[in-house]
Design a protein around this ligand. Structure first.
Ligand code: LER
Ligand code: MN
Length: 260
């Protein structure tokens, strides 16, 4: 499996080792720590230059592992399940811009995590599935994968487990849609982390790593040897991306073990 870490480009991500605004310095550090790739947090791809990002990644011998999109929810309050139809449309259009951005790279999935909304206004399920279908169709036309992420109940009531994610993926019916498995959310929602990886495995396209307290792996109580051996046995060869708080500190996070 390949090593990646989340790095915000425009706005604070809040749940990763880096602050925005020091892209050059941070990419260099990530490369020095032996990472294969970086997951960029981009609020609005329309104001980020594909050419500049491509050059910076090339200079640091890093691949773009995925685009994370949730900051558009955090910063602008848009999501595909908001009561306000204008906000739903903005979120849908924004995700299509993320797909356009990803299409300029090779095999870069667009993550749908927090941009699905928190579900607090009790939105009809069809807003979720119809918008996802529309976005997935667009992703098909651009040959981009969508990594759909179960989130824990304190962040969203919409899709908390792998099983629920697989149900939505089946309903949407797009070959471009797969599961993002995040160990932090799984530790809260799944009865067995290993079994839920096995359940996800056929549709697994991306992994987020953080321990039970959202510190770097090794600082909480998740059994990461079991996580990695289960991923190995499932034949997972994609990216595992570190999405932990900057604790104990950024450098220690970057030293997190990615194998048993
Ligand atoms: C948020 O908790 C998270 O895990 C992100 O990957 C969602 O976009
Ligand atoms: Mn995550």
């Amino acid at each position: 499996m390949k090593k990646s870490v989340v790095l915000p480009v425009q706005d604070e991500h809040g749940l990763c080792p880096f602050e925005p605004g020091q892209l050059d310095k941070d990419l260099k550090l990530i490369s020095e720590f032996g990472y294969d790739g970086v997951e960029l947090g981009i609020t609005d791809p329309n104001s980020v230059s594909v050419r500049k990002i491509t050059e910076k990644l090339r200079d640091n011998e890093l691949k773009l592992s995925a685009l994370t999109t949730g900051q558009a929810y955090g910063v602008e309050g848009i999501s595909i399940t908001e009561r306000d139809p204008g906000k739903r449309k903005m979120a849908r259009d924004r995700l299509k811009s993320h797909i356009d951005f990803a299409a300029d790279f090779e095999d870069v999935p667009v993550i749908i995590g927090s941009l699905r909304g928190d579900g607090k206004s009790n939105p009809p399920r069809r807003w979720l599935t119809q918008n996802l279908s529309d976005i997935a169709q667009y992703a098909e036309s651009q040959k981009v994968n969508i990594a759909f992420e179960p989130l824990n109940r304190y962040e969203s009531s919409l899709v908390n487990t792998v099983k629920e994610a697989l149900d939505v993926i089946e309903e949407v019916g797009s070959p471009r849609m797969g599961v993002l498995f995040d160990t932090f959310h799984a530790n809260i929602e799944e009865s067995s982390i290993a079994e839920s990886i096995e359940v996800a495995s056929k549709k697994l396209i991306y992994v987020h790593l953080a321990d039970s307290n959202r510190w770097a792996p090794g600082y909480g109580h998740i059994d990461f040897s079991k996580v990695f051996s289960t991923l190995d046995n499932a034949g997972y060869e994609g990216f595992c991306s570190l999405e932990s708080l900057p604790r104990p500190d950024k450098e220690v996070c970057l030293e997190a073990p990615f194998e048993i």
